[in-house]
Write a protein that binds this ligand. Structure first.
Ligand code: NAP
Length: 440
């Protein structure tokens, strides 16, 4: 049997500890499938004394990730710390500069510096694998990077944040408020103590930026993403969506249009009978539409120690099976030097259907006025209805729900601005985009 593949792991938290456990428990099976043993020879974390429920007694401990990356006797550096800067970024750079293969689950780092890191890896003939960085255990990176080569991708979209999907699912199923569901998610460990990064959509945006590059062969453009989180979604929106045959999901969508690439993360209404609408709780889903294959939809665990470690282990196994000097798969699907500049499509030119919820003073002519503001902006309506609230007085404000046929974001913004200028409006109108899956 060939020499062992020597692995150094930086970060022994949720993912790192699971990875150590799995590699140790499955040593024999891994040696057979990979044709060589996988051996963890170096580790690091912040606190050497912490009980992690794993046995690292025979493994060399390094005090910092940077030192491990620079000095350890390893073939592969596995980064499971997290963060776009600091020790994670510094140690990954150092390992690649040394010509080591790198495996990481760090979407923040890739979204910020993926192209630069890909260049270093490709210059050094090293592999940089990051399957776990997007949608946890779902093998979407490999699908885009390798399996769909030759396809022209037109759209990639998905549910890529388990915290948001958990909150939206609980709101719908149990009629609870956003705040209550967030508290429950925190209690169960699905949401961080500071949940802003998840619920504001930034986490989904990082993942989307990586998928966009793999799908369209353009440079990573994480700062060019239209971003709206789920904090403004109310139980009224969820109920209205349900009555109209939709469910609300936080989607990340990257789409090729005539004027460039749209990258957007926002609450989205998807038809109730679509498969993605059925993806509940912390589960993730990613759909890819391409010309040769058609639509591919992958659903599975997007987070958690074991699911994420499964993807990291797959990446390590790929390295164990690869031959030295063999042609490498480009890190981002296209060689870093050949990635096209990113061309952003303006959000105002986005085309699609819209849901609009408006609260108005109950007076004659309001319905007609709203319909007129829509017509003036060439927006054709699929439905318009007034929702009665049996618990409130007859003359209290009323809710009007509109669903439009496909139109442009610019038209919607103009129509909504016109309605905002009307004296009958109460509060802020709610606007939610509708996304229609092609096949499923
Ligand atoms: N958890 C998931 O479900 C999941 C899913 C997909 C991707 N990821 C990604 O996987 C990576 C790891 O996530 P995680 O959930 O395992 O994080 P975690 O539980 O917070 O673990 C982070 C680990 O990094 C170590 N660490 C932090 N700062 C360090 C430093 N300055 N020097 C050395 N070690 C340091 C910590 O050491 P101590 O233990 O001593 O504090 C800990 O062992 C992140 O990039 C994350 O985005 C996670």
């Amino acid at each position: 049997m060939a020499d062992a593949l020597k692995v150094g792991i930086a970060g022994l938290g949720t993912v790192g500890a699971s990875l150590v456990r799995i590699i140790q428990n499955r040593a024999n099976e891994l040696a057979v499938t990979c044709g060589r043993p996988i051996e963890i020879t170096a580790v690091t974390a912040r606190d050497r004394k912490r009980d992690r429920g794993i046995d690292i007694s025979g493994i060399t401990w390094f005090d910092t990730p940077q030192k491990l990356a620079a000095e350890a006797d390893i073939d592969v550096f596995v980064e499971l710390i997290g963060g776009a800067n600091g020790p994670a970024a510094e140690s990954v750079r150092a390992a690649l500069e040394r010509g080591l293969h790198v495996v990481t689950a760090n979407k923040a780092l890739l979204a910020a510096s993926g192209v630069e890191l890909a260049r270093i890896a490709e210059d050094k003939g090293a592999l940089l694998n990051f399957e776990a960085a997007v949608a946890g255990g779902i093998p979407v990176i490999k699908a885009l990077r390798e399996s769909l080569t030759g396809n022209t991708v037109s759209r990639v979209y998905g549910i890529m944040n388990g915290t948001c999907n958990y909150i939206l699912t609980r709101m719908e199923k149990e009629g609870l408020s956003f705040a209550d569901c967030l508290r429950e998610a925190q209690r169960l460990g699905y949401a961080e103590a500071d949940p802003a990064f998840d619920i504001e959509g930034n986490d989904t945006a990082h993942k989307l930026a990586i998928l966009t590059t793999l799908a369209f062969g353009t440079e990573i453009a994480a700062d060019e993403i239209y971003l709206e989180g789920i904090t403004n979604i109310s139980i009224e929106d969820i109920r209205a969506a349900s009555d109209l045959g939709y469910r609300i999901k936080l989607l990340g969508v990257a789409q090729k249009t005539e004027s460039g690439i749209e990258q957007r993360v926002h609450p989205t209404m998807v038809p109730h009978d679509s498969v993605i609408a059925q993806v509940d709780g912390v589960t993730n889903a990613v759909a890819i539409e391409s010309d040769i294959l058609g639509e591919l939809l992958m659903v599975g665990p997007g987070a958690g120690g074991n699911a994420t470690a499964s993807a990291v282990l797959g990446d390590i196994a790929d390295i164990a099976k690869s031959r030295p000097g063999a042609q490498r798969v480009p890190v981002l699907g296209t060689p870093a030097a050949a990635l096209a500049p990113y061309k952003r499509a303006r959000m105002r030119s986005h085309e699609g259907g819209y849901f609009i919820r408006i609260t108005v003073v109950d007076r004659t002519g309001v319905f007609a006025s709203i319909a007129a503001r829509m017509a003036e902006n060439n927006i054709s309506l699929e439905s318009i209805m007034q929702r009665a609230n049996p618990e409130t007085a007859d003359d209290s404000p009323k809710t009007i729900i509109l669903v439009t046929h496909a139109t442009t974001e610019a038209s919607i913004r103009k129509a909504v601005d016109a309605i905002k200028a009307e004296s009958y409006l109460v509060g802020e109108p709610q606007v939610i985009r509708i996304e229609r899956p092609k096949a499923f």
